[in-house]
Design a protein around this ligand. Structure first.
Ligand code: COA
Length: 322
């Protein structure tokens, strides 16, 4: 008999320390007014002694606690992150150790702010192929890759983790998807460059490990490619979406996309005012918040659109029944 993936539980974890715009303006030439009016962000959470694996492990523990499962019942763990503790072991393997998921295989995926959407798509295909239960997480400590002297990027981002439990179900819940990438435009959002210090390596470089962004180019990309992507998924499927959960980069992007797509703004959930842009973690944190406050129910009655977009460039939309 065929089986399909269903989201049966959500969870998240935010580090305790919150930093307001006013606090940033104490050591950076910026202001609450500028940040709030350009981005909708009022504060963000940042780590003081934790790394991405800690945040993801706590989000996974939150999911297990709510769902009543133990780690050993999981078949797989997928973590979307661009800020892993190490290149190896993966954050997913660190989470596996932390929650004692002895029977799971675990790996990270790198698709920046689309990472959770890509990971969820992949996780659902794992379930279709026969696995029974897995966790898909998005987690980031972007504070460690930000150039805190660059006001044009440092004010935008935050740290956090969120995720979902995916389980086998007899009816399909993932109705449609369209995932896209364009590596030719990758230079407009970069971070984590690693200089080759080998004695055999001869090239010098201007590249840096700090996050660098061409904000205007990214804004334009969302208005063209991301808008088209969402429109295509909606037009090719006759399903009405109840809610839209987009990557939480900037409230102006969401306001403008809603207008462009001619979809009522109140269908777009937002929480970047509290968390800033948490890259791969933003959609699962928003999803968990909406499930926790009762806006979203995991009872197969609501259709939602999840859309990620960001570095790579990568972007993609999933249409699913929760
Ligand atoms: N505080 C105060 N002033 C700032 C500032 C800050 N934190 N950051 C930039 N500025 C200044 C600039 O230096 C510039 O000054 P100038 O005109 O004297 O040169 C001015 O504000 C306007 O900068 P500009 O880049 O034109 O602003 P903008 O209206 O395009 O807004 C972004 C900038 C980054 C908010 C906007 O481009 C954006 O949202 N882009 C998408 C970014 C994003 O979401 N990326 C992640 C996607 S995954």
């Amino acid at each position: 008999m065929s089986q399909y993936g269903k989201i049966t539980c959500t969870g998240s974890y935010l580090p305790a320390k919150q930093v307001t715009n006013d606090e940033l303006s104490k050591f950076m030439d910026t202001s609450d007014e500028w940040i709030r009016s350009r981005t909708g962000i009022q504060s963000r959470h940042v780590v003081t002694d934790e790394n991405t694996s800690d945040l993801c492990t706590k989000a996974a523990q939150n999911i297990l606690k709510k769902s009543g499962y133990t780690g050993d019942s999981l078949d797989f763990i997928i973590v979307a992150t661009i800020t892993p503790d190490y290149q190896m072991p993966s954050v997913a393997c660190q989470v596996q150790a932390g929650i004692k998921a002895d029977n799971a295989f675990a790996f990270d995926i790198s698709a920046a702010c689309s990472g959770f959407v890509y990971g969820l798509s992949l996780g659902e295909k794992m379930i279709r192929s026969g696995y029974k239960r897995g966790i898909v997480l998005g987690g980031e400590t972007l504070s460690k890759v930000l150039d805190w002297k660059d006001r044009s990027s440092a004010v935008l981002f935050g740290d956090g983790a969120g995720g979902v439990l995916l389980e086998a179900d007899e009816s399909p819940h993932f109705l449609a998807e369209k995932l896209q990438s364009d590596g030719t435009r990758g230079g407009s959002l970069t971070s984590g460059f690693r200089e080759n210090k080998s004695p055999f390596y001869d090239e010098s470089t201007e590249e840096t490990a700090w996050l660098k962004m061409n904000g205007r180019a990214i804004f334009d990309f969302t208005m063209s490619d991301v808008a088209k992507n969402i429109r295509q998924v909606l037009d090719e499927n006759s399903v009405q979406a109840d809610y839209f959960l987009l990557h939480q980069a900037n409230v102006r992007i969401i306001d403008k996309l809603a207008r462009k797509l001619k979809i009522p703004r109140e269908k777009f959930l937002t929480n970047m005012d509290k968390y800033g842009n948490t890259s791969g973690a933003s959609i699962p944190i928003l999803l968990d918040e909406a499930v926790t406050n009762g806006t979203l129910k995991l009872d197969s009655t609501q259709n939602v659109v999840l859309t990620g977009f960001g570095g790579g460039l990568t972007w993609g939309t999933l249409l699913l029944t929760l």
